[in-house]
Design a protein around this ligand. Sequence first.
Ligand code: AP5
Length: 227
Amino acid sequence: MNLSQSINLDHTKKSPRKIILFGAPGAGKGTQTKEICNALSVHAVSTGDMIRQSLKNSTPFEQKMSLYIKAGKLLPDAIIIDLIKERLLTQDCKNGFVLDGFPRTISQAKALENMDVKIDLVISLEIKDSLIIKRMSGRRVCSICGMPYHIVYNKPKVENICDVCGGRLIKRVDDGLSVIKQRLEVYHSLTEPLKDFYRKKRILVSVTAEGDVVETTSLVLKTIGID
Ligand code: AP5
């Protein structure tokens, strides 16, 4: 399907700047978010990164939150909605952002609408579960800036060292096989129905994410009008 046609994206107009990057865990949202942000000079708003950052404080509250992550479950909507509301109100989100990992439930999507933020475009990265398992099992992330790598598909220039900030690469606590399967189950039952929510609003564009990083980036950037 020609996706630009399906939502009448007019590439002579300004590129969309308030974007949701949607997709299953491990579909490549974090990887592509960085590309879009560089291309549009907007900020990434990643709930996963924000949560992982706050878990570095080891208060009883954060310890409780880390149990959700380790079990591959979603954190309660109310906590996530408050987190996002505060972030989107900051000055650096005024002219655009890429939301990575939010919304993940219908109630989060409705809360976003109530924040009076007009989303221009939702890009859904489509990929089969078997490929996701291969990607997440080999993922390594920077312990400082969170940049994602892969031991085969997306290697850093120097083994185990982040290209961007020089941080050490680590395996995420939720990247073990049983937790990956649980996260996929949660995605299919609670998050995937959001595609219909945004399809009905005519702002959803599906992009295949099964090619390599360069191919996928090229499809994603074309979708937002950057060739
Ligand atoms: P979060 O951090 O958002 O995890 P996720 O959505 O499960 O997504 P991932 O970060 O695992 O994957 P990704 O799609 O970003 O893929 P990546 O680019 O890294 O959330 C973690 C947890 O926080 C949740 O489980 C939940 O508990 C909580 N949470 C977060 N948001 C929440 C919310 N809104 N509500 C409630 N709870 C929430 O790529 C994956 C791997 O593949 C990497 O190794 C990468 O190098 C490689 N790769 C990427 N693209 C390609 C390609 N094209 N070809 C080959 N390899 C590739």
